[in-house]
Design a protein around this ligand. Structure first.
Ligand SMILES: Cc1cc2nc3c(=O)[nH]c(=O)nc-3n(C[C@H](O)[C@H](O)[C@H](O)COP(=O)(O)OP(=O)(O)OC[C@H]3O[C@@H](n4cnc5c(N)ncnc54)[C@H](O)[C@@H]3O)c2cc1C
Length: 464
């Protein structure tokens, strides 16, 4: 166990983790921030790698600038930042297992804040495994952090604001965006964007000026092509996300970006022993935590914040981060007279974000009809090559839990540890067997949650 002095350890350097680290440091705690990226910033504020520099007047620079301001706060408050640090496990009593620079080590946290963000929700349909199909956030990250376009002519399909921010990043990066099919109606999209902190109405205006059509109440049907995507078929959808007969149309494109919402990353919270509950509006399984109690989980000393505590966007992530940072500092014995006032202010701001959260929840929760896109030949688990017909057979044999589907088909036994297929399996169980995803259960999280070399573990054991 390393002797690094850290009264508070924060896992995740996105808006939530950075806010938590700064809040804890400003009440006097010694804070260690761990993030697996090359630099902190998380998804929205992902910085260019050290060797890349953008030209003056770079149109992709807004998030970079905001991100740099956030990083400056870390430096001012004296937070120790370890970038390139993968947290691969949490053991009892807040022992944090890290792999960094070829070395494994464990750190004892006083107060522990988990802010690992979310994954993009996978959606299975005919053609989803073709080269050229990727997630909207992944495409935006390619453009923002590497200045690389995923393709030449792009169609985006999905729901929520991330779809539009990705479309704008692609336009600014120079891609031809053939159109954006969004499941939301025009009115609910406009309403949500007015409340959204990321310059919502500007997104639509930027797309309009670039001549990019936005098709409300439309969604994906399939992707077609031989070696990669050649055409994307979309259709009009009803409010339950069912394609309307006779409305399908085919759009020539070499790239399809999907953004049907996010799934909170809860593995670390589960390893820490935190209770998780099912909340479809916030992305699925989330650790139980109460803002009024500074985002503490069911495990004393373990706090959560941001999309990993339930998907709700940057503004909510920041306020929850502040609360969790204050909570972790207090747990570590840093009692500061200013903390209570700061927590009350963060709670008030969080309360004010309620309407935005509710409109995001309505927009993002996955409708069961998404499962109707799947045919028997559709691949469900890419790691283990499991087809929908095999999942259907397992259900016919009586499987009602995602763990039973895994046992019967190997779905979720591959390298991604179920992150790519289990949300789809839960959807199929809901549609085909009437099992609510909260009843279908989840896979048990097991260390290591990131692949690490066995040699590093052996070295750590020998050093002990
Ligand atoms: C690919 C993607 C792109 C997105 N793009 C946008 C966007 O353009 N605009 C927008 O408003 N929202 C975007 N979002 C949503 C956005 O991430 C959130 O609303 C917001 O950033 C949440 O902040 P956070 O701090 O909770 O998580 P994040 O910003 O996701 O930060 C979490 C951080 O934790 C790190 N981490 C996770 N697990 C570990 C681990 N085991 N060990 C070490 N580090 C770990 C991650 O690398 C990441 O840096 C995106 C989400 C995704 C998944």
């Amino acid at each position: 166990v390393s002797a690094v002095p850290s009264e508070v350890v924060v896992v995740g350097g996105g808006p939530a983790g950075v806010a938590a680290a700064i809040a804890a440091a400003t009440v006097g705690a010694r804070v260690l921030l761990l993030d697996e990226g090359a630099r902190p910033g998380g998804q929205v504020y992902r910085q260019l790698p050290a060797g890349l520099r953008a030209r003056a007047g770079d149109r992709l620079g807004r998030e970079q600038r905001e991100g740099r301001a956030l990083m400056a706060g870390l430096a001012e408050t004296g937070v120790t930042v370890w970038s390139g640090a993968e947290v691969w496990g949490i053991f009892p009593e807040r022992l944090v297992a890290i792999y960094r620079a070829g070395r494994a080590r464990r750190i004892q946290a006083g107060g522990l804040v988990l802010a690992p963000g979310a994954y993009e929700r996978p959606v299975a349909f005919p053609g989803w495994t073709l080269p050229g199909v990727l997630t909207a956030g992944g495409a935006a990250t390619l453009v923002r952090a590497q200045r690389v376009l995923p393709g030449r002519r792009v169609v985006l399909a999905g729901t929520g604001p991330l779809l539009l921010t990705a479309a704008v990043a692609l336009v600014r990066g120079g891609a031809e965006v053939a159109g954006v099919a969004t499941a939301a109606s025009r009115a609910s999209l406009a309403g949500m964007l007015r409340r959204w902190s990321g310059g919502g109405p500007d997104l639509l205006e930027t797309l309009r000026r670039a001549g990019v059509p936005v098709w409300p109440r439309h969604g994906i049907v399939r992707a077609e092509g031989h070696e990669g995507v050649e055409r994307v078929v979309i259709a009009r959808w009803d409010a339950a996300w069912r394609p309307l007969a006779g409305t399908a149309r085919s759009i020539p494109a070499d790239t399809l970006c999907l953004g049907y919402g996010l799934v909170p990353a809860t593995e670390l919270a589960q390893l820490a022993g935190c209770e998780v509950i099912y909340d479809p509006g916030r992305g699925g399984w989330v650790p139980a935590a109460d803002p009024e109690r500074l985002m503490v989980t069911t495990v004393p000393g373990v706090f959560v914040a941001g999309d990993g505590a339930g998907v709700a966007g940057v503004a909510v992530a920041r306020e929850q981060g502040r609360l969790a940072g204050l909570g972790a500092a207090r747990f570590a014995g840093r009692l500061d007279g200013r903390a209570a006032g700061r927590a009350r202010a963060a709670l008030r701001r969080l309360e004010a974000l309620g309407p935005l959260r509710r409109s995001l929840e309505r927009m993002l929760f996955p409708r069961p009809a998404l499962a109707d896109l799947v045919t028997d030949e559709t691949v469900i688990c890419r790691c283990e090559d499991v087809l929908a017909s095999e999942v259907r057979a397992a259900i016919a044999d009586g499987a009602r839990l995602v763990t039973e589907i895994r046992a019967g088909t190997r779905c979720g036994m591959g390298l991604c540890q179920g992150r790519l297929c289990v949300p789809t399996v839960a959807l199929l169980l809901q549609r085909w067997a009437g099992v609510w995803p909260g009843e279908a259960g989840r896979l048990t999280a097991r260390p290591p949650v990131r692949p690490i070399p066995v040699a590093a573990l052996a070295d750590e054991a020998l050093a002990d």
